[in-house]
Ligand binder design. Structure first.
Ligand code: PLP
Length: 394
């Protein structure tokens, strides 16, 4: 049978992260789970806040047929009203239910948005380091991914490289802050800079360029760090949000798309979002969890645990002589490898039972990602292994 070769290739291509995870499972079976230090996956390690279980229990007292039935394709109207009210109150927006589309998480939000926007030949600019699935999402939408390298010191997009990457073919730009894999949060001046460049380029090329903010880690920030809301800086904005990380619900597949209310031809863009969701079979996000998240807006899992883990790991690795980027958000530590080949470094780490992700696929060779959404005990137990690994490079 003749298949879609690209789909087959994506299905068969091995993910470095999944491979590591599988290796970890096998190794745990061989030497014991407590002797393997798996830092590969970004799966929340903190339980969902109590409001989730309480709301599920309350909802189950009602009509089960209505509870588990389809909602509108775009999501339950009351749920979307509640989310719009919350966003307006917290971020000073003026959006309504008609700007929101409920989805199965950020991945679906992105694939729907890109499918709605892109035509063959379009370019979508992403800022390294970036979530490797962006390549699949962008290419599946028929567009070409163009990457911008970051400023080496800050890991914000390099201003000159960013401006140079925006061409007459640019349809959209994806940003992700707090960032996976670096944990970096873009401050307001960076967002203003991006908005400024896009505004100029729109005028120069005479067409709209959409800024897509992928933000599953919005609430996972430590200290007094603000995550600017892009609709307040740039009109042609789409937010791809997910409750996977903030509420520790990644398996429930729930999030939303917000189309900026001041977007040019916004009603047409929203219609294309509805059409793309339909074409991809993504209508009606899980009904039960639409209602759950609507009751949990503004709440999060206990992120103080991630903060504790971050400080513990960052302080120890710095003391051992490793160089890490200060992570203000998400739950990843981004570490420079003491040898240029990150894959070789990860192989060496494996000898110490440390499973770290090389970041070449994120567009940044010479770095590894260490997911600290694990138990604090795992981090404590792993420190002698990190110390021994560091000693090999002294
Ligand atoms: N975008 C980024 C940057 C992510 O890290 C992830 C998941 O790890 C996703 C999107 C997908 O999130 P979801 O589980 O909501 O589909």
């Amino acid at each position: 049978m003749e298949l879609n070769k690209q789909m087959q290739a994506w299905g068969e291509s091995r993910s470095v992260i999944r491979d590591l995870f599988e290796y970890g499972l096998q190794r745990k079976a061989e030497i014991g789970a407590d002797k393997v230090f798996d830092f590969s996956l970004g799966n929340p390690s903190v339980p969902a806040p109590p409001i989730v279980a309480e709301t599920i229990a309350k909802l189950q007292e009602g009509d089960p047929v209505a509870l588990h039935g389809y909602t509108s394709a775009a999501g339950d109207m009351q749920v979307r009203h509640k989310i719009a009210y919350y966003l307006n109150k917290n971020y000073g927006l003026t959006v309504g239910a008609q700007h929101l589309y409920m989805t199965c998480g950020a991945a679906a939000s992105l694939t729907i948005s890109l499918k709605a926007l892109c035509l063959p030949g379009d370019e979508v600019v992403v800022c390294a380091p970036f979530f490797p699935e962006y390549r699949v999402f962008v290419e599946a939408a028929g567009a070409k991914l163009v990457q911008v390298q970051p400023d080496a010191a800050t890991l914000y997009p390099d201003a000159e490289a960013f401006a140079a990457a925006i061409t007459a073919k640019t349809k959209a730009v994806i940003i992700n802050s707090p960032n996976n894999p670096s944990g970096v949060v873009y401050p307001e001046w960076v967002i203003k800079g991006i908005a400024g460049v896009l505004t100029e380029k729109q005028a120069e090329y005479g067409h709209d360029i959409v800024l897509i903010s992928d933000e599953p880690y919005r609430e996972l920030v430590y200290g007094n760090v603000e995550v600017p809301y892009i609709l307040n800086y740039y009109d042609n904005s789409i937010v791809c949000y997910s409750f996977s990380k903030s509420l520790s619900l990644p398996g429930e597949r729930i999030g939303f798309i917000l189309v900026g209310d001041k977007m040019s031809e916004g009603a047409k863009v929203y219609a294309a979002i509805c059409g793309a969701a339909r074409a991809l079979g993504y209508v009606c996000a899980p009904s039960l969890f639409q209602r759950v998240v609507a009751e949990a807006l503004g709440q999060t899992a206990d992120v103080s645990i991630y903060r504790y883990n971050r400080d513990l790991l960052l302080d120890a690795l710095t003391e051992y002589g490793f160089s890490c980027v200060q992570p203000d958000g998400a739950f990843y530590l981004f570490m420079r490898t003491p040898e240029p080949d990150a894959a070789a470094f990860c192989e060496r780490a494996k000898k110490h039972e440390l499973l770290l992700v090389p970041c070449d696929g994120f567009g940044t060779p010479g770095f590894v990602r260490i997911s600290y959404c694990v138990s604090t005990k795992q981090i404590e137990n792993s420190l002698p292994a990190f110390k021994a690994l560091a000693a090999e490079y002294k």
